[in-house]
Design a protein around this ligand. Structure first.
Ligand SMILES: Nc1ncnc2c1ncn2[C@@H]1O[C@H](COP(=O)(O)OP(=O)(O)OP(=O)(O)O)[C@@H](O)[C@H]1O
Ligand SMILES: [Mg+2]
Length: 402
């Protein structure tokens, strides 16, 4: 309660001059004195307003003080309202007893001693102030509680929202990896087609030869055996190619120590034919047989993505002297492998974006922009290495440190 708030006190007396003299006695006590001239009027007041205290005259016509007090006590809202009876007559103990029975907290005789009246009123007003203060504190506490509850709920909602976002991201990553796999598989099929074209031609030739030689009566047992032997060799080669590709596309479960030279060799055997077709030469220079602790099949996928990009770049430049150089060596605590080409390099404005997911400069259907994103993920997240790019003389150079 603010200090400027006056404390409400109800004074009840049927006689105006008594009310006036009470007012004069209490006038400077910062009270809001509400006057009533009958029991009925007093009851109406306490029905609608809150009071710290009622000063109640006993002798009034119609409804006397005792009856008024009894009715006040019967109303749950005013059951605990302090009542002080003020009376000129009825000094007998019997009357006082009735007064207390009706719920009075005190009994004052006229003529009233001002100091006593004031100190009694003060006590009840202080009590009232304390009660109001408590009520205010309780309300404030409830407001704070409500705020706390809301903050907590907000926090819960935010946490749920964050978890949802994380889950969404995880699913997006999953989709991206899946798309990367599909793109890689497309690339693979393309490579298999190149790898198989030549052996399939040989196989066709060998089968046709048998027919010709038979027609000319030259199909000897030796010739047949030699031809079947050659056909079987080609078939074994085709089968081996398929095994190689299958190995390649199944991700490794566990880390192993592998040789860069071997992994490069296996990768090149898969792409050799398609590079030959495009007239692109490949130089390899590997010193000290560098070894890596990681996932060989994933590492091959990275090499393949970078090699495919180099091939695309050479073809786009319409170069007839396309050349890709692979170098690898060991450094203290790591191995380094670089793949460089002579296809003109990467434009400055693309340089810091080419590892982003879906970033491609190729026309629709020719690139998804996932190749280098996957490659960076594999090297940096799965194998704790680094994959970077820079432009060198005549082309781009990708550098893998593991
Ligand atoms: N050797 C390179 N020379 C020039 N530009 C390159 C080279 N390698 C990559 N880039 C650029 O980087 C971009 C992103 O390559 P990335 O492999 O991520 O996607 P993409 O090849 O376009 O599509 P895909 O998902 O099919 O691989 C390419 O579109 C190309 O612009
Ligand atoms: Mg690519």
């Amino acid at each position: 309660m603010k200090s400027t708030d006056r404390i409400p006190v109800l004074i009840v007396d049927d006689r105006t001059e008594n009310l006036t003299s009470l007012e004069a006695l209490l006038g400077d006590m910062e009270l809001e004195l509400v006057k009533a001239q009958s029991g009925n009027e007093a009851l109406r007041h306490i029905l609608y307003n809150d009071f710290a205290l009622v000063l109640l005259d006993v002798q009034m016509p119609e409804m006397d003080g005792f009856e008024t007090a009894t009715l006040m006590r019967e109303n749950p809202k005013t059951r605990h309202l302090p009542i002080i009876f003020v009376t000129a007559g009825m000094k007998e103990e019997y009357h006082q007893f009735r007064g207390y029975e009706a719920g009075a907290v005190d009994y004052l005789m006229k003529p009233i001693e001002p100091a006593i009246l004031r100190s009694k009123v003060r006590v009840f007003c202080d009590l009232y102030s304390q009660r109001q203060e408590l009520k205010r504190m309780k309300e404030e506490l409830e407001v704070q509680n409500e705020k706390l509850r809301q903050t907590y709920q907000q926090l819960q909602e935010e946490t749920a929202e964050r978890l949802r976002a994380v889950e969404e991201l995880r699913q997006k990553d999953q989709i991206m990896i899946q798309q990367g796999r599909i793109a890689a598989m497309g690339e693979m099929l393309n490579n298999i087609a190149h790898q198989w074209r030549q052996p399939l031609n040989v196989l066709g030739l060998k089968i046709q030869e048998i027919g010709f030689f038979y027609d000319y009566g030259e199909c000897s047992k030796e010739f047949l055996e030699a031809n079947v032997g050659k056909a079987m060799e080609v078939l074994r080669h085709l089968s081996q190619t398929i095994d190689d590709f299958r190995d390649f596309s199944s991700p490794d479960k566990e880390k192993t120590v592998f040789s860069i030279e071997q992994v490069v060799g296996k990768t090149l055997s898969l792409v050799m034919e398609s590079f030959n077709q495009a007239g692109i030469g490949i130089d390899v220079s590997i010193s000290d047989d560098p070894q890596v602790n990681g996932y060989p099949n994933e590492y091959r996928q990275v090499l393949l993505n970078i090699l495919m990009n180099a091939k695309d770049a050479v073809i786009e430049q319409e170069r007839s002297d396309g050349r890709v150089t692979i170098r690898s060596w060991s450094e203290p605590g790591k191995t380094v492998l670089t793949i460089s080409d002579n296809a003109g390099g990467i434009k400055e404005e693309h340089l810091d974006k080419i590892f982003d997911a879906y970033y491609t400069t190729k026309e629709l259907g020719k690139g998804t922009g996932i190749g280098l994103f996957m490659a960076k993920n594999i090297i940096e997240k799965n194998m704790a290495g680094r994959l970077t790019v820079r432009n060198v003389e005549g082309g781009a150079e990708f550098r893998i440190e593991t």
